[in-house]
Design a binder for this molecule. Structure first.
Ligand code: ACO
Length: 333
């Protein structure tokens, strides 16, 4: 029988520059009260020019390693979930090199705001089937590089950050990944995009080529909102039912931090008291693939999430993509 996995360590990192709602009002016509009441966001972190995705990822991964108490040379896999790599060929190998994780294979995985959850599940497969023993899973994004800062409907939402977890193979009876479900629907993909633009240039007579480049984020906020409040509870409900777990027995609801109204709507659907809903949206906004590990790390370090706690988690976003998992936090021994 396949083994299980244990979540042993966590880490996170955010840029130092803080942009408040009031400051954003200097750029677009908006207000603190509009943003807080519609989203729950009060401020977000913006990467300065010298702060790269690799730097944020490295910092988050290093503190997860430190919590786990692992030597970098003992890691088999560095999996970086991001939609905003420093290098389109992949940024994970640079993180691996900076960590000194000499034995590890490293690669990127892209699934927007679902990226961390998709990467966690992917890494878990290698650990469960015995081909690898230790993995670092990082979720990191710098969407503020790709936001249209003149589009008030979307620019108020996003911020930058990174989070990481250290995973280890374990006995099946101690499995920290109780169950999961992952979904995608490309038919609905046009409500949230960071698309290439199709500039066509002549290469030689009769042959043209495309010039690479990306347009800023385009989003139909209402469609994304409706998608999230419909699909996330449906998937979480399926998971709870299939595993005969009552929502009352959950210690924490750890959702992708997109909008406080989405968090509250999902909690209400399952009768989960709002004190059990982890939220740091006010401080960071939507950091895409980073939100779940960033939130988890804060709650582990301030003592809210304790050894043995049961968490229901869900990531959702562009693709469209979404997923849910039931996790048990193990922590360092
Ligand atoms: N400040 C002030 N007014 C604003 C702002 C703003 N920042 N943005 C929009 N408005 C105005 C609109 O122009 C509109 O005015 P009008 O009625 O005169 O036309 C009014 O406010 C209402 O606009 P809506 O778009 O209907 O506002 P809504 O209540 O839907 O809230 C929001 C918008 C916050 C974007 C919401 O739709 C939402 O959170 N959607 C989910 C988006 C999301 O989570 N995206 C990320 C997914 S994860 C990923 O993969 C990256």
């Amino acid at each position: 029988m396949d083994g299980g996995i244990a979540l042993i360590g966590s880490g996170s990192a955010t840029p130092t520059q803080i942009l408040t709602n009031a400051q954003l009002g200097q750029r677009v016509e908006t207000s603190d009260s509009w943003i807080v009441s519609r989203t729950g966001i009060a401020e977000r972190r913006i990467s300065a020019p010298e702060e790269s995705l690799v730097m944020l990822s490295h910092k988050a991964a290093s503190s997860a390693l430190e919590m786990a108490g692992w030597a970098p040379s003992s890691i088999d896999l560095v999996l970086l979930a991001t939609s905003t790599p420093d290098d389109l060929f992949g940024s994970a190998p640079q993180v691996q090199a900076n960590l000194g994780a000499t034995k590890a294979v490293a690669f990127d995985l892209t699934a927007a705001c679902s990226g961390f959850l998709f990467a966690l599940i992917t890494a878990a497969q290698y650990l469960r089937n015995g081909t690898m023993r230790r993995a670092l899973v990082i979720g990191a994004d710098q969407l503020t590089k790709w936001v249209d800062w003149d589009d008030r409907r979307s620019c108020v939402l996003f911020g930058d950050g990174a989070g990481a977890v250290a995973l280890e193979s374990s006995d099946f009876q101690d499995d920290g990944l109780i169950d999961f479900k992952l979904k995608s629907d490309g038919n609905r993909g046009d409500c949230l995009n960071l698309n290439q633009f199709g500039e066509s240039l002549q290469l030689i007579d009769g042959i043209s080529h495309q010039k690479g480049g990306f347009r800023p984020i385009e989003m139909n906020g209402q469609e994304v909102y409706k998608f999230a409040v419909r699909e996330v509870p449906a998937l979480l409900g399926e998971l709870l039912k299939a595993n005969k777990i009552s929502s009352k027995s959950l210690d924490w609801l750890l959702l992708h931090q997109a909008n406080q109204r989405i968090l509250d709507a999902v909690a209400d659907r399952f009768d989960i008291p709002h004190e059990k809903v982890l939220s740091n949206l006010a401080n960071y906004g939507n950091t895409s693939a980073a939100t779940i590990p960033l939130m988890l790390d804060e709650a582990v370090r301030d003592g809210r999430v304790k050894k043995g706690d049961l968490l229901a988690t869900s990531g959702f976003g562009a693709g469209l993509s979404w997923g849910a998992a039931l996790l048990r936090w193990q922590g360092p021994s």
